[in-house]
Design a protein around this ligand. Structure first.
Ligand code: SF4
Ligand code: SF4
Length: 255
Protein backbone atom coordinates (compact mmCIF):
# COMPACT_ATOMS: atom_id res chain seq x y z
CA UNK A 1 0.00 0.00 0.00
CA UNK A 2 2.91 2.37 0.69
CA UNK A 3 3.73 4.42 -2.43
CA UNK A 4 7.51 4.26 -2.44
CA UNK A 5 7.71 6.70 -5.35
CA UNK A 6 6.49 9.58 -3.16
CA UNK A 7 9.50 11.29 -1.51
CA UNK A 8 9.60 10.94 2.27
CA UNK A 9 10.27 14.69 2.35
CA UNK A 10 6.55 15.21 1.67
CA UNK A 11 5.75 13.87 5.14
CA UNK A 12 8.49 15.95 6.68
CA UNK A 13 7.15 19.16 5.12
CA UNK A 14 3.62 18.20 6.27
CA UNK A 15 4.87 17.78 9.85
CA UNK A 16 6.92 20.97 9.94
CA UNK A 17 4.12 23.10 8.49
CA UNK A 18 1.59 21.40 10.77
CA UNK A 19 3.64 22.00 13.92
CA UNK A 20 3.91 25.73 13.15
CA UNK A 21 0.21 25.97 12.31
CA UNK A 22 -0.90 24.17 15.48
CA UNK A 23 1.43 26.22 17.66
CA UNK A 24 -0.24 29.33 16.26
CA UNK A 25 -3.76 27.92 16.61
CA UNK A 26 -3.20 26.69 20.20
CA UNK A 27 -1.70 30.05 21.11
CA UNK A 28 -4.63 31.99 19.69
CA UNK A 29 -7.15 29.66 21.31
CA UNK A 30 -8.55 28.45 17.99
CA UNK A 31 -7.68 24.80 18.42
CA UNK A 32 -9.26 22.05 20.48
CA UNK A 33 -8.99 18.33 21.01
CA UNK A 34 -12.00 17.70 18.80
CA UNK A 35 -10.55 19.76 15.95
CA UNK A 36 -7.45 17.59 16.13
CA UNK A 37 -9.28 14.41 15.14
CA UNK A 38 -9.20 15.01 11.34
CA UNK A 39 -5.49 15.82 11.62
CA UNK A 40 -4.89 12.55 13.44
CA UNK A 41 -6.74 10.71 10.68
CA UNK A 42 -4.69 12.38 7.92
CA UNK A 43 -1.44 11.69 9.77
CA UNK A 44 -2.31 8.02 10.25
CA UNK A 45 -3.30 7.75 6.60
CA UNK A 46 0.01 9.27 5.50
CA UNK A 47 1.75 6.57 7.52
CA UNK A 48 0.02 3.91 5.41
CA UNK A 49 0.36 5.79 2.10
CA UNK A 50 3.93 7.08 2.21
CA UNK A 51 5.29 5.84 5.57
CA UNK A 52 6.22 9.38 6.51
CA UNK A 53 6.71 11.34 8.74
CA UNK A 54 7.48 8.26 10.88
CA UNK A 55 10.35 10.01 12.66
CA UNK A 56 11.05 7.22 15.19
CA UNK A 57 11.66 4.76 12.37
CA UNK A 58 13.81 7.27 10.46
CA UNK A 59 15.79 7.67 13.68
CA UNK A 60 16.16 3.87 13.85
CA UNK A 61 17.47 3.75 10.27
CA UNK A 62 19.92 6.54 11.02
CA UNK A 63 21.33 4.57 13.95
CA UNK A 64 21.59 1.51 11.67
CA UNK A 65 23.16 3.69 8.93
CA UNK A 66 20.64 2.11 6.54
CA UNK A 67 20.99 4.54 3.65
CA UNK A 68 18.78 2.53 1.28
CA UNK A 69 15.95 2.26 3.83
CA UNK A 70 15.94 5.98 4.60
CA UNK A 71 14.63 6.82 1.13
CA UNK A 72 16.22 10.27 1.37
CA UNK A 73 19.74 11.67 1.76
CA UNK A 74 21.14 10.91 5.25
CA UNK A 75 21.92 14.57 5.83
CA UNK A 76 18.37 15.62 4.98
CA UNK A 77 16.89 13.08 7.40
CA UNK A 78 19.33 14.06 10.14
CA UNK A 79 18.56 17.74 9.65
CA UNK A 80 14.80 17.03 9.56
CA UNK A 81 14.95 15.12 12.87
CA UNK A 82 17.11 17.85 14.40
CA UNK A 83 14.70 20.57 13.28
CA UNK A 84 11.81 18.62 14.82
CA UNK A 85 13.76 18.47 18.09
CA UNK A 86 14.33 22.21 17.87
CA UNK A 87 10.60 22.77 17.37
CA UNK A 88 9.90 20.65 20.48
CA UNK A 89 12.25 22.94 22.36
CA UNK A 90 10.16 25.89 21.19
CA UNK A 91 6.62 24.52 21.12
CA UNK A 92 6.54 21.19 23.00
CA UNK A 93 5.67 17.82 21.50
CA UNK A 94 3.22 18.96 18.83
CA UNK A 95 4.84 16.43 16.50
CA UNK A 96 4.01 13.56 18.86
CA UNK A 97 0.57 14.96 19.53
CA UNK A 98 -0.68 15.13 15.96
CA UNK A 99 1.95 14.53 13.28
CA UNK A 100 3.62 11.21 14.05
CA UNK A 101 1.63 8.35 12.45
CA UNK A 102 2.61 6.02 15.30
CA UNK A 103 1.37 8.52 17.87
CA UNK A 104 -1.73 9.33 15.82
CA UNK A 105 -2.85 5.69 15.70
CA UNK A 106 -2.45 5.39 19.46
CA UNK A 107 -4.28 8.67 20.05
CA UNK A 108 -7.18 7.50 17.88
CA UNK A 109 -7.27 4.23 19.85
CA UNK A 110 -7.19 6.26 23.07
CA UNK A 111 -10.43 7.96 22.01
CA UNK A 112 -12.19 4.60 22.26
CA UNK A 113 -12.08 4.44 26.04
CA UNK A 114 -11.89 7.38 28.47
CA UNK A 115 -10.52 5.27 31.34
CA UNK A 116 -6.78 4.66 31.34
CA UNK A 117 -4.58 2.73 33.75
CA UNK A 118 -1.09 3.78 34.79
CA UNK A 119 -1.96 7.46 34.38
CA UNK A 120 0.25 8.64 37.22
CA UNK A 121 3.20 6.31 36.64
CA UNK A 122 5.21 8.97 34.83
CA UNK A 123 8.51 8.18 36.54
CA UNK A 124 8.15 4.47 35.82
CA UNK A 125 7.33 4.97 32.14
CA UNK A 126 10.20 7.41 31.65
CA UNK A 127 12.64 5.09 33.41
CA UNK A 128 11.55 2.16 31.24
CA UNK A 129 11.86 4.27 28.09
CA UNK A 130 15.32 5.41 29.19
CA UNK A 131 16.36 1.75 29.48
CA UNK A 132 14.87 1.00 26.06
CA UNK A 133 16.75 3.99 24.65
CA UNK A 134 20.09 2.54 25.80
CA UNK A 135 19.18 -0.93 24.54
CA UNK A 136 18.06 0.58 21.23
CA UNK A 137 21.44 2.20 20.68
CA UNK A 138 23.47 -0.78 21.85
CA UNK A 139 21.44 -3.18 19.70
CA UNK A 140 21.63 -0.89 16.68
CA UNK A 141 25.29 0.08 16.85
CA UNK A 142 26.75 -3.21 18.10
CA UNK A 143 24.49 -5.80 16.49
CA UNK A 144 22.70 -3.87 13.70
CA UNK A 145 19.45 -4.99 15.29
CA UNK A 146 16.36 -3.13 14.13
CA UNK A 147 14.35 -2.91 17.36
CA UNK A 148 11.46 -0.85 15.96
CA UNK A 149 11.32 -3.18 12.96
CA UNK A 150 11.01 -6.17 15.31
CA UNK A 151 8.15 -4.37 17.05
CA UNK A 152 6.29 -4.08 13.75
CA UNK A 153 6.43 -0.32 13.15
CA UNK A 154 7.55 -0.81 9.54
CA UNK A 155 5.48 -3.90 8.78
CA UNK A 156 2.12 -2.69 10.00
CA UNK A 157 2.21 0.47 7.89
CA UNK A 158 3.32 -1.60 4.90
CA UNK A 159 0.52 -4.11 5.60
CA UNK A 160 3.13 -6.87 5.76
CA UNK A 161 1.22 -9.09 8.11
CA UNK A 162 3.28 -11.34 10.32
CA UNK A 163 4.59 -11.57 13.88
CA UNK A 164 6.09 -8.02 14.01
CA UNK A 165 2.89 -6.45 12.66
CA UNK A 166 0.88 -8.49 15.18
CA UNK A 167 3.06 -7.12 18.01
CA UNK A 168 2.41 -3.56 16.88
CA UNK A 169 -1.30 -4.29 16.51
CA UNK A 170 -1.24 -5.52 20.10
CA UNK A 171 0.39 -2.26 21.22
CA UNK A 172 -2.34 -0.33 19.38
CA UNK A 173 -5.06 -2.40 21.04
CA UNK A 174 -3.44 -1.71 24.41
CA UNK A 175 -3.62 2.03 23.64
CA UNK A 176 -7.35 1.95 24.33
CA UNK A 177 -6.60 1.15 27.99
CA UNK A 178 -3.07 2.48 28.58
CA UNK A 179 -2.40 5.93 27.10
CA UNK A 180 0.18 5.78 24.27
CA UNK A 181 2.17 2.77 25.47
CA UNK A 182 4.61 2.92 22.56
CA UNK A 183 5.34 6.64 23.05
CA UNK A 184 5.66 6.44 26.82
CA UNK A 185 7.53 3.18 27.28
CA UNK A 186 9.40 2.53 24.04
CA UNK A 187 9.93 5.34 21.54
CA UNK A 188 13.64 6.29 21.42
CA UNK A 189 12.96 9.45 19.42
CA UNK A 190 10.19 10.36 21.85
CA UNK A 191 12.77 10.10 24.65
CA UNK A 192 14.74 12.90 22.97
CA UNK A 193 11.61 14.94 22.30
CA UNK A 194 10.65 14.60 25.97
CA UNK A 195 13.94 16.15 27.05
CA UNK A 196 13.40 19.03 24.61
CA UNK A 197 9.77 19.45 25.67
CA UNK A 198 10.69 19.69 29.35
CA UNK A 199 12.50 22.92 28.45
CA UNK A 200 10.00 24.16 25.87
CA UNK A 201 9.43 27.86 25.56
CA UNK A 202 5.71 27.50 24.81
CA UNK A 203 3.50 25.13 26.82
CA UNK A 204 0.13 24.97 28.55
CA UNK A 205 0.31 27.31 31.52
CA UNK A 206 -2.28 28.28 34.12
CA UNK A 207 -3.23 31.92 34.42
CA UNK A 208 -4.60 33.87 37.36
CA UNK A 209 -8.09 32.85 36.24
CA UNK A 210 -7.44 29.28 37.47
CA UNK A 211 -9.89 28.31 40.24
CA UNK A 212 -7.80 25.29 41.34
CA UNK A 213 -10.63 22.82 40.69
CA UNK A 214 -8.16 20.08 39.68
CA UNK A 215 -10.17 18.89 36.68
CA UNK A 216 -7.24 19.27 34.28
CA UNK A 217 -5.06 17.17 36.56
CA UNK A 218 -7.65 14.39 36.68
CA UNK A 219 -8.16 14.50 32.90
CA UNK A 220 -4.48 14.45 31.94
CA UNK A 221 -3.53 10.92 30.87
CA UNK A 222 0.16 11.42 31.67
CA UNK A 223 0.15 13.39 34.92
CA UNK A 224 1.55 16.56 33.33
CA UNK A 225 -1.19 19.07 34.15
CA UNK A 226 -0.04 20.13 37.60
CA UNK A 227 1.40 23.65 37.88
CA UNK A 228 4.91 22.41 38.53
CA UNK A 229 5.02 19.61 35.94
CA UNK A 230 7.87 19.88 33.45
CA UNK A 231 5.67 18.88 30.44
CA UNK A 232 8.23 16.37 29.20
CA UNK A 233 5.40 13.88 28.67
CA UNK A 234 2.76 16.38 27.54
CA UNK A 235 1.47 15.16 24.17
CA UNK A 236 -0.48 18.38 23.54
CA UNK A 237 -3.68 16.33 23.50
CA UNK A 238 -5.84 19.18 24.81
CA UNK A 239 -7.78 17.13 27.37
CA UNK A 240 -6.87 19.60 30.12
CA UNK A 241 -8.18 22.57 28.12
CA UNK A 242 -11.31 20.64 27.14
CA UNK A 243 -12.40 20.00 30.75
CA UNK A 244 -11.34 23.34 32.23
CA UNK A 245 -14.47 25.17 33.49
CA UNK A 246 -12.80 28.59 33.92
CA UNK A 247 -12.40 30.38 30.62
CA UNK A 248 -8.86 31.64 30.08
CA UNK A 249 -7.43 29.66 33.00
CA UNK A 250 -5.35 27.40 30.77
CA UNK A 251 -3.44 28.98 27.97
CA UNK A 252 -0.81 27.79 25.51
CA UNK A 253 1.76 30.52 25.98
CA UNK A 254 5.35 31.39 26.81
CA UNK A 255 6.22 30.10 30.22
S1 SF4 B 1 6.78 9.45 21.19
FE1 SF4 B 1 7.61 8.56 19.32
S2 SF4 B 1 5.97 7.27 18.49
FE2 SF4 B 1 5.10 8.63 20.00
S3 SF4 B 1 4.39 10.32 18.82
FE3 SF4 B 1 6.42 10.89 19.55
S4 SF4 B 1 7.82 10.28 17.92
FE4 SF4 B 1 5.86 9.26 17.51
S1 SF4 C 1 -4.06 16.82 29.29
FE1 SF4 C 1 -1.91 16.49 29.90
S2 SF4 C 1 -0.93 15.67 28.06
FE2 SF4 C 1 -2.86 16.57 27.39
S3 SF4 C 1 -2.31 18.70 26.82
FE3 SF4 C 1 -2.96 18.75 28.96
S4 SF4 C 1 -1.05 18.57 30.15
FE4 SF4 C 1 -0.60 17.89 28.04
Amino acid sequence: MVFASVPKAVGLVYALAGILALAYLWHTGRFSRRKGLPILAVTALLGFLIFSPVAPYQFQLLVLRDVAGLGAPVLLVAVGLAVMLGLALLFGRIFCGHFCPVGALQEIAAHLSPKKVGRTQKKVSMAVRGGVFLAFFAAGLLFSFNLLGALGVHDLFHLALGVPAAIFLGILALSAFVYRPFCRFICPYGALLAVASSESLYRFVRTDLCIECGRCERACPVDEAKKTDAKAECYMCGRCVEVCPAEGALHYARR
